[in-house]
Design a protein around this ligand. Structure first.
Ligand code: AMP
Ligand code: GLY
Length: 424
């Protein structure tokens, strides 16, 4: 089959790499793609949010399966447009995507369907927020309602800090994402883990779990980023983690989707806090994670294209793909000022030779005469398989050292040194 991957990051590069290696996949396309996807298939110069143009091109090229990578594409209704055009699509419609695009919608969904999550209040103005905070004791998490590229969440140590953030959002700057709706929620204590379920519109199948690292600096310091590294499987959680999440979160979520009449096809990404009372949902996303996908794709056995196509067709073939036993660790190489700014980097080598089981997935980038021009930000994810997490970690950091040397110090690429450093 002919498969289209929508998006331009390292997540989409990893997806296209795995899809291209699937027995049932004859050709891979990407829109707009990047330097990595260009070496595996054909890039289309179409924006990921341009559903109409994507639908027309998919029909013209005879695409059998389209996979939506970024949340902006889901939120702008690309899933709806592609399905209207008759294209089998993996990725929810805009309405299902509200589980990610509106934190208030997601919170109401969880409350309605008894899915464990932090207690929360919704406010629309500074006055209302202040009133709520007057009754608040302890730490509080403030969340802008809409998509804000990771900038819409502040974990405040106490009500005073929360007040000053809200004064800034409502009084001065503006609420991230541009709306006025804000969620105030109780801070959960525990360890974070992400679980990925695959939806075919009728059932959600728990497929994989991973841990990612959102802060820029070692030891979880510095500003929030899109993610600086990840590993899978998670370490230090109950051995029946996936089964517990299936029972407590994913099964009630499917019942909720059914009750709401929502035909959800795509990934339900459950960002969880593992508390002393078990898993609580911090957030839902409606897509694969980045950089989690870069550590999940190397672990996938079977025919991933067939697997996603069966979901898109409404009847998931759970036997088509599964995760192997090996562990995988991924380290993001970011440009010097990330996440404060993203200066482009030119003349990076296009051909990167790496040992077996080690991959480098490009972030947003283009090819130019045999070299790569990166948009900066998260430039590359280096991802290594190993018999266990320790072995995978060693191989990943060896490859990172080798690559940064080959790229030269002038590139100023930075990375975290503590990805998958296991303490427990
Ligand atoms: P989100 O964008 O909702 O995933 O939030 C970004 C980050 O903020 C999460 O990965 C957590 O580290 C943190 N966070 C969000 N909500 C909570 C919460 N209720 N309790 C503790 N930490 C939270
Ligand atoms: N790694 C976090 C995300 O994809 O949202």
């Amino acid at each position: 089959m002919k498969v289209l991957v929508i998006g331009s990051g390292a997540r989409e590069d990893a997806l296209s790499w795995r899809l291209a290696a699937s027995p049932s996949c004859e050709a891979v396309f990407a829109a707009p793609g990047n330097a990595g996807t260009a070496s595996r298939g054909v890039n289309w110069g179409i924006a990921p949010t341009n559903g109409k143009a994507l639908g027309a091109r998919c029909k013209a090229e005879g695409i059998d399966l389209a996979i939506i990578g970024p949340e902006t594409a889901i939120a702008s209704g690309v899933g709806d447009r592609l399905r209207e055009a008759g294209i089998a699509t993996f990725g929810p419609d805009r309405s299902g995507g509200r589980l990610e695009s509106s934190k208030i919608f997601a919170k109401r969904f969880m409350e309605r369907h008894n899915i464990p999550t932090a207690r929360a209040a919704v406010v629309h103005s500074l006055g209302a927020a202040q009133k709520t905070l007057d009754e608040w004791t302890g730490a509080c998490v403030i969340k802008a309602d809409g998509l804000a590229s990771g900038k819409g969440v502040v974990v405040a140590a106490d009500a005073a800090e929360a007040r000053s953030v809200l004064e800034d959002w409502y009084g001065g700057n503006r609420v991230p994402g541009g709306g006025a709706d804000v969620l105030l929620e109780e801070k959960l204590e525990g360890r974070e883990v992400s679980v990925f379920a695959i939806g075919d519109g009728r059932t959600l199948h728990t497929f994989a779990s991973a841990c990612d690292y959102k802060r820029a600096g070692d030891g979880d310091t510095g500003p929030n980023t899109g993610g600086m590294g990840a590993y899978s499987p998670p370490h230090g959680f109950p051995s029946d983690l996936n089964a517990q999440v299936q029972a407590r979160i994913i099964a009630p979520a499917q019942r909720g989707l059914d009750a709401d009449g929502e035909h959800y096809i795509g990934v339900l990404y459950c960002g969880l806090m593992w508390t002393d009372k078990g898993p609580y949902v911090i957030e839902f996303n409606a897509r694969f994670g980045d950089p989690e996908t870069q550590v999940l794709m190397p672990r996938v056995d079977g025919d991933f294209a067939l697997f996603l196509k069966s979901a898109a067709d409404g009847k998931l073939d759970t036997g088509a793909a599964s995760l192997g036993d090996r562990a995988c660790v991924g380290i993001v190489l970011a440009s010097a000022e990330y996440p404060r700014s993203s200066a482009p980097l030119a003349d990076l080598p296009r051909e990167i030779t790496l040992p077996d089981g080690v991959n480098a997935f490009w972030g947003t980038s283009t090819q130019q005469n045999g070299s790569v021009k990166s948009a900066g930000g998260r430039v590359l994810t280096v991802s290594a398989l190993g018999e266990d997490l320790h072995a995978a970690r060693m191989r990943a950091y060896d490859a990172v050292r080798d690559l940064t040397q080959r790229f030269g110090s002038a590139t100023g690429l930075t990375f975290r040194r503590d990805i998958a450093q296991l303490t427990k």
